[in-house]
Design a protein around this ligand. Sequence first.
Ligand code: HEC
Ligand code: HEC
Ligand code: HEC
Length: 134
Amino acid sequence: MKQHKWGLIILGLAIFAIGITFPFWYGKGKPAAPPELSLDTPAIAALTEKRCVEDTAFMRANHMKLLQAWRDESVREGLRHYTAKDGRVFEKSLTGSCIRCHENKEQFCDRCHNYVDASPSCFDCHVVPGEVKK
Ligand code: HEC
Ligand code: HEC
Ligand code: HEC
């Protein structure tokens, strides 16, 4: 009887241990590879400093807000130029700025968007030079 009780306690502890460590070992050996983003375009190769419009962390987190602001300011208010924090001036344009540098949209924008399962509808209207519509 006594032995039986110990067995149950140990079994209980084992289940508890598996339970609390589950998040650490589950998924081991199948990491989701982050997307490989290509910066290999002539426009980027020609830059003396490999910089985006704003710094990388800002762009990663805020490019959607930046683009929406650009669209509104450009189309509604006619303000067509954006001055970056470091003083460089860019045309507030999806294809004229972003895609001018990130011309390889499929190896850059699309790869990341596919990874996070986002599908901006912008390119239903904004045509990327050289890209075939599906
Ligand atoms: C229904 C069609 C349509 C969709 C969808 C659309 N746009 Fe536009 N967009 C336009 C038109 C038309 C203009 C005006 C073109 C101009 O002023 O030269 C424009 C202008 C812009 C401009 C300023 C001019 C330029 O050259 O880019 C930006 C920036 C822009 N859109 C961003 C976006 C973004 C970002 C999205 C997706 C979130 C988007 N648009 C979705 C039709 C569209
Ligand atoms: C002058 C050329 C140029 C323009 C214009 C440009 N980019 Fe970039 N972008 C770059 C370069 C170069 C990098 C890489 C910077 C780095 O590695 O630190 C980059 C990085 C990025 C990143 C971060 C990628 C990552 O590693 O997470 C995003 C997102 C991005 N760009 C989106 C955009 C969008 C959206 C636009 C238009 C609003 C734009 N870029 C306009 C050159 C440009
Ligand atoms: C480092 C990853 C990454 C890269 C590179 C990237 N994006 Fe994004 N993008 C995202 C994420 C994450 C979202 C937000 C998705 C959501 O909120 O569902 C997003 C959203 C957007 C949106 C907003 C969509 C909407 O309907 O409002 C636009 C516009 C956009 N990206 C344009 C671009 C363009 C243009 C490029 C290439 C020049 C680009 N992105 C490159 C990660 C990326």
